[in-house]
Every structure is written in C-alpha cells, then in structure tokens.
Ligand binder design. Sequence first.
Ligand SMILES: [Zn+2]
Length: 100
Amino acid sequence: MPKYSRIKPGHLLGQQWFEEATLRTHADAYVQYLTERGYARETVECYFRSVAHFVHWISKRDINLCDINESTVNQFLDRHLPHCRCAPRCRHTGTDVRAD
Ligand SMILES: [Zn+2]
C-alpha cells in the first residue's frame, strides 16, 4: 500500500471498480493528487467513491475515457444515479458527485 494512500479497507469496492476498468494506477494517482493538495480524508474518500462509481458505470457501458463528455456525465447523474443498483451504499443523488 503506497504511503500516501488513505483509502480504508471498506473502500475495496471502489478499488475493485478502478481495477475492472484497468485504471488502478489512476486510482492511486487520484488519491495522491487530492491528498497532496490538503483535502481532508473524508473528502478524499468521498471523491474517490464517486469517481470509482463513474468509472464502474462507464466500463459497464464500454465507454472509453476519451469519449467522455458533458452528455455522458449528465446521463450518469440524471439517468443512472436515481436508479442505481451498483452497490448498497452508492450515492443516488448528483449533489455530492457534481464538480462545482
Ligand atoms: Zn451505480
């Protein structure tokens, strides 16, 4: 486990989703990025879970990273989240997952 990683064992599903999308190195880099910029552990974990969820969704739909655009993000927020069955504790609203 890298020294900078603050991901708890309870976030293994998020790690698994990144791995399924073959984006494991990006998961580590994302956590490092937020941690180095002084984000609180809870915030890092919240962002990590939200991004892992999005990664899981695009990988299930065979959407490539380079094809992600505003419309893709809106589909995720407005169509997927309200009906999400990905995991029992997934966030079902766009409030916490939208970039402000
Ligand atoms: Zn979902």
